[in-house]
Design a protein around this ligand. Structure first.
Ligand SMILES: Cc1cc2nc3c(=O)[nH]c(=O)nc-3n(C[C@H](O)[C@H](O)[C@H](O)COP(=O)(O)OP(=O)(O)OC[C@H]3O[C@@H](n4cnc5c(N)ncnc54)[C@H](O)[C@@H]3O)c2cc1C
Length: 430
């Protein structure tokens, strides 16, 4: 048996390993010259170093993605705290934090929430109740904002906890996304021990943690990895994929025992297999992530408060992120799911980033240094309650006997994340 895997992101890499382990001859076709998909870094002359396309974080409970990291030997390239710790910055510069003790989150969350400093006592008690309510069943049609209102989480619990967490996990505002999907991730984290809720941050550029080591490990496992191999069209007939056409004019004809695994993003899949994608993939929209990478003189930079700081009521930027081990003068502001910013010109984004740095860090000299803007227009799929319920299942595609599909947008029960992508590959090919 042999298989073509289309796309060398997390899902494609994990699918290629899974198929190879089952004895298939595997060829991975990737459009770009490197693997890693939406989590990558490239050298940047202006900032004199490797620049991530955007900061990626994981939760300790991302077990499928961690299995992939162990397979390629890079799990130790992340800062791995013992429990959840998130810092906050209010507009005006007041700092605070939510820090859970290293106990099982069922105990640790209430204890941490009760000590969460910027919140009033009433806000802290409501947050504890919200954490407990997250364990109850939830209606599939409910947006997260409605769930928050129903469980009295408006105001401080939402500003300091739920909204930043929703931006981090779903890359959107709570009004836009499925409560069920968001709470599925939270429940997984709550159920997997103190370390499962901890936020892991990459201590090295993503190309060193994912793309390059994955390519080496795939080749060592006997997978044929072909870069610059964009599949531009596919011919389907008699209920099968018959040929794949590459951008350089090459045609790959598929024999009876050959399978195609699509690990493309939703828009790539819909373009290649328009009849097979169903209404869900056709209706899926992307949400952008915009990152403003700062390099300020040491005296002008904000103090290092850890890898992630949630910017409370922050707009258009929601987090300040630092790579552990980087000099204090290097950091990034990240905007998740703001469609206006995704389409704005770079100078406008830079001006917005500097203005916001001034608001949340009045002590920094926001006018100094260099800012490099990176935009990812379709960083994640946006799962409204309606779209979330209509996702395509990872696995065989109805009507095409030799086509399987996976990717972070397929129906894994998780949002569009590194973990969702890795899980989809196991569901489709494991
Ligand atoms: C800036 C940014 C920040 C993010 N932050 C986080 C985070 O903090 N935590 C988290 O869990 N997730 C985060 N995500 C989302 C996460 O990166 C994705 O969910 C995950 O990487 C998707 O993996 P995938 O393999 O499903 O798809 P992709 O990574 O999109 O992989 C698809 C691959 O297919 C290739 N391809 C496309 N078309 C073709 C074609 N026609 N022929 C051949 N190859 C093709 C692409 O080049 C790509 O390599 C972030 C995403 C971005 C962009």
């Amino acid at each position: 048996m042999s298989a073509y895997v289309l796309g060398g992101g997390v899902a494609g890499i994990a699918a290629a390993f899974a198929l190879r382990a089952r004895g298939h001859e595997v060829t991975l076709l990737e459009a770009r010259g490197w693997l890693g998909g939406r989590a990558f870094s490239r050298p940047d002359a202006r900032l004199a170093g490797d620049l991530d396309n955007g900061p990626h974080v994981l939760l300790g409970c991302y077990s499928e993605f961690r299995t992939l990291l162990r397979r390629i030997g890079t799990e130790d390239g992340f800062a791995r705290p013992e429990a959840l710790r998130v810092r906050f910055r209010d507009p005006g510069g007041r700092a605070g934090e939510l820090r859970l003790p290293a106990l099982h989150p069922v105990l640790g969350f209430p204890l941490g929430a009760l000590r969460c400093r910027p919140l009033t006592l009433g806000g802290r008690l409501r947050l504890v109740c919200g954490g407990l309510a997250a364990l109850l069943p939830v209606r599939a049609t409910q947006p997260l904002a409605a769930w928050l209102r129903r469980h009295h989480q408006d105001g401080d619990p939402s500003r300091y906890f739920w909204t930043p967490l929703c931006r981090a996990v779903m890359n959107a505002d709570p009004a836009e996304v499925s409560a069920k999907l968001f709470l599925a991730t939270l429940r997984r984290a709550l159920g997997s021990g103190a370390r499962g809720m901890a936020i892991w941050t990459a201590a090295r550029p993503w190309q060193e943690l994912l793309g390059a080591p994955a390519e080496r490990a795939l080749r060592a496992a006997g997978v044929s990895v072909r870069g610059h191999a964009r599949v531009v069209s596919a011919t389907c007939a008699e209920g099968r994929v018959q040929t794949l056409h590459l951008g350089d004019g090459e045609t790959l004809a598929l024999g009876r025992d050959q399978t195609v695994v699509s690990a493309l993003p939703w828009h790539g899949f819909a373009r290649l297999f328009p009849g097979a994608c169903g209404p869900a993939a056709a209706r899926l929209e992307g949400a952008p992530i915009v990152t403003a990478h700062f390099t300020l003189p040491a005296t002008a930079a904000p103090r290092d408060e850890g890898p992630i700081v949630a910017l409370v009521d922050g707009a258009p930027f929601h987090f300040l992120c630092r790579r552990p081990g980087d000099a204090a003068e290097r950091f990034a502001l990240l905007s998740g799911g703001d469609p206006g910013l995704g389409a704005a010109p770079a100078p406008e984004i830079e001006a917005a980033a500097r203005a916001q740095l001034r608001r949340h860090y009045p002590e920094a000299d926001a006018a100094a240094g260099v800012v490099r803007v990176v935009r990812e227009a379709r960083a994640t799929a946006k799962f409204t309650p309606e779209v979330a319920e209509a996702r395509v299942a990872p696995g065989p595609v109805p009507g095409l006997a030799n086509l399987l599909v996976c990717g972070d947008w397929t129906a894994t029960g998780l949002p569009s994340t590194l973990e969702g992508a890795a899980l989809s590959a196991r569901m489709a090919c494991g």
